[in-house]
Design a binder for this molecule. Structure first.
Ligand SMILES: [Zn+2]
Length: 464
């Protein structure tokens, strides 16, 4: 038998550990894992000698801005940036226009993805329509729901949010009836407003740097998270504790997991927490844009929580904006967030060599845990024979430095972390048997990416 693709001589992740194996792919599926000395024929070959072959990375948290905000990003450019760093599946968040809080709006986003994505995807819906809409969208297949809490002012200006706490609780009850998880960006805007007032009282300009330094970030986020966790438990809803990076919030997640009284899963988001770039390089203008995101989390505490399993996943929080949407001198009106996807996967790999977690833990937080939580496993998040041939191939020995001259695929053409030393690189991205990125070059036509739901994965498992 001639296979379509074989990945030779790599150290392949399996549930039993890493083994030197050849991976044979037929069509979109893993056909066989074989000892390296077994001869096999294939149309296409990748020599992965000295590299590791991981299940494809899944990003549970990115903003692809389509529909409605495609001046910032769209499904094609965003998923090319994802493929650039080894991500084979993305979960775009619901702050788009129209907000996917009705079935019609949700399906509009799905169709945009089907037309343009090059990696697989599942858009996360907003539950702030009505009860019938929540059920209809859940039935259609959103992996979970997401709410932005209390968002009347910066920094989370978004059409997908809510001001009313009771409305969140009602939505939680609707979601509980569907059996899905819901994530919330916990945010108590009164702390932000107070920081703005304190700047004014002290005669300081209301710019990003000053507001950040006046803001009780842990109290703001953790206080909101405690309240949300109570509503989730009371509603009987599975809670996805997202944005869990503040020390008190991490303690809360740890406590709730230990108590075992509710379904809870968690993630922290890379961009605003662990390695916040203080500025991004804008290729178009050749200028650096100051974007202080550092709300001073305890980074070692975050890594510890990853290592001991309190934090289950890491999202990129890729949130690109056009350079003219940034105005760091005006904290009330500037856009926030920046383009992460081109580097996110490489950074996840680099952190292994930097000693923050093991290679096995990388596979868990980048792929397995997300796939298992949201019903995609083992089709996604595994290297098991018969499942989708999604791979992130990495070179742990490649040291490099992010530079202004790097090729990036995000529409904004902006580069964070210029000058950062990297200890490892993603060298190939394979989505359902198709090599969509090799040695930094993304090559795939729009529309290759599939909309995949937990129902699709269940059905496939039954037929296998
Ligand atoms: Zn986000």
């Amino acid at each position: 038998m001639t296979f379509d693709l074989v990945i030779k001589n790599g150290l392949v992740y399996t549930e039993q550990g890493f083994y030197k194996l050849n991976v044979a792919v037929k069509g979109e599926k893993i056909a066989a894992l074989m000892a390296p000395d077994v001869p096999l024929e294939a149309i296409k070959e990748i020599d992965a000698r000295g590299k590791h072959v991981l299940p494809g990375f899944i990003d549970p948290h990115c903003h692809l801005r389509e529909p409605g905000l495609t001046q910032k990003e769209d499904y094609y450019t965003g998923t090319c940036a994802a493929a650039h760093s080894g991500i084979t599946f993305v979960c775009p968040q619901p702050n788009v226009v129209p907000v996917p809080s009705t079935l019609e709006a949700y399906m509009e986003q799905v169709e945009a993805g089907k037309a343009k994505a090059i990696v697989d995807f599942n858009p996360i819906a907003s539950p702030l329509g009505d009860t019938a809409s929540v059920k209809a969208i859940a039935d259609a297949g959103t992996l979970w729901f997401k709410i932005f809490e209390k968002v009347a002012t910066y920094p989370y200006n978004t059409s997908a949010g809510t001001l009313d706490t009771h409305r969140i609780y009602e939505a939680f009850k609707d979601i509980a009836a569907t059996g899905k998880y819901c994530s919330v960006h916990p945010f108590d805007k009164y702390f932000f407003d107070a920081a703005v007032e304190r700047c004014k009282a002290q005669g300081l300009p209301v710019n990003l740097a000053n507001v950040r330094h006046q803001w009780y970030s842990d109290e703001e986020m953790t206080g909101a998270a405690y309240q949300l966790s109570y509503y989730a438990k009371k509603a009987g809803m599975k809670w996805y504790a997202m944005h869990a990076w503040m020390p008190g919030y991490i303690d809360l997640v740890r406590m709730l997991k230990e108590r075992g009284e509710m379904d809870i899963v968690s993630s922290f988001e890379y961009m605003p927490s662990i390695d916040a770039s203080d500025e991004i390089y804008d290729k178009a203008t050749g200028k650096y844009i100051y974007l202080n995101h550092d709300a001073a989390p305890d980074k070692e505490k975050i890594w510890q929580a990853v290592r001991d399993g309190v934090l289950d996943m890491i999202g990129s929080d890729h949130a690109p904006c056009r350079s003219d949407e940034y105005n760091p001198d005006d904290a009330l009106h500037t856009s926030a967030g920046f383009a992460m996807l081109d580097y996110f996967g490489h950074l996840l790999v680099s952190h292994v060599n930097e000693g923050h977690y093991s290679l096995e833990k990388l596979v868990e937080v980048s792929s397995v845990n997300c796939a298992k939580t949201f019903g995609l496993y083992p089709r996604k998040g595994s290297n098991i024979v018969g499942t989708d041939a999604d791979f992130t191939i990495i070179d742990m020995n490649d040291q490099w430095v992010i530079s202004e001259n790097d090729i990036v695929y995000t529409k904004t053409q902006s580069i964070p972390y210029v000058g950062r030393k990297m200890y490892g690189r993603v060298t190939q991205t394979v989505v359902r048997g198709r090599v969509v990125m090799s040695d930094g070059v993304v090559d795939c036509e729009p529309g290759y990416g599939k909309y995949i739901t937990a129902g699709d994965c269940r059905q496939e498992a039954l037929m296998a």
